[in-house]
Write a protein that binds this ligand. Sequence first.
Ligand code: ADP
Ligand code: MG
Length: 261
Amino acid sequence: MQKRLPRQIYALWGGAETVPYPSWQTLSSDMPLITLCQLTKTFSEGGQTRTVLDAIDLTVGTGDFVVLLGHSGSGKSTLLNLISGIETPSSGTVEIGGVDITALPDHQRTLFRRDRIGFVFQFFNLIPTLTVLENVTLPQELAGREKTAVSTHALHLLNRVGLADRAHAFPDKLSGGEQQRVAIARAIAHDPMLLLADEPTGNLDEETGQRVLDLLLELTHAAGKTLIMATHNPDIAQLADRVLRVQDGGISNQLSVIGNQ
Ligand code: ADP
Ligand code: MG
């Protein structure tokens, strides 16, 4: 990769290195994909400690579509960031596929995320200096995969999200919905088992958001992947296998989302 990359990229996907860790094949199918144990996150503010997530216990099964519903500031992004290992907890553990990612050194955790997890952000997080195609291939190029195969697969995915003809455009030439479709292609390009989406339609108009959501579900949940999505849209929650309300530092199962937002 010739172009200079923003620092944030290394935080998300690390450099061009690989490290060994337990493979998914060691996973038993009746074991939860995700286990959170007494997960706590506090932030210090003006000398005071604020507990955003307080001793959360949660398991998520393989293939589940889980929606995190909660008001702005309730801790949805913090929880997704902890599950992905972008942030580390104040205490407690996050286990994914039997791997305690909270026990991994920072660098290994980054590489674990790059190899096993896909992330879709509210504001797309595309790299403006890279083309659409380069955005999709970047994480895998950093992982040292063979360029031609990575590129062929990325073009196939861009075709699936209806953007093959924009492969060589730069992100700022694309609409918000198109940018998010590129971000979805990037998030699934390495065939992760776990997809995390943080308000993926939160910055799109209703119709565009619906199309992006349909596409995201088709390419992840319908393909057997585990999907955890933060939103404050109760209509999206209707589609989930499981709705969890994030509130007052805790998480509770919500059986009905109708009229409850
Ligand atoms: P949500 O995604 O549900 O809107 P967040 O997880 O972004 O909520 O934030 C939850 C709370 O944690 C908010 O009050 C926010 O201000 C606080 N918070 C998040 N990140 C930080 C941080 N790095 N430093 C201090 N406070 C933070
Ligand atoms: Mg958020």
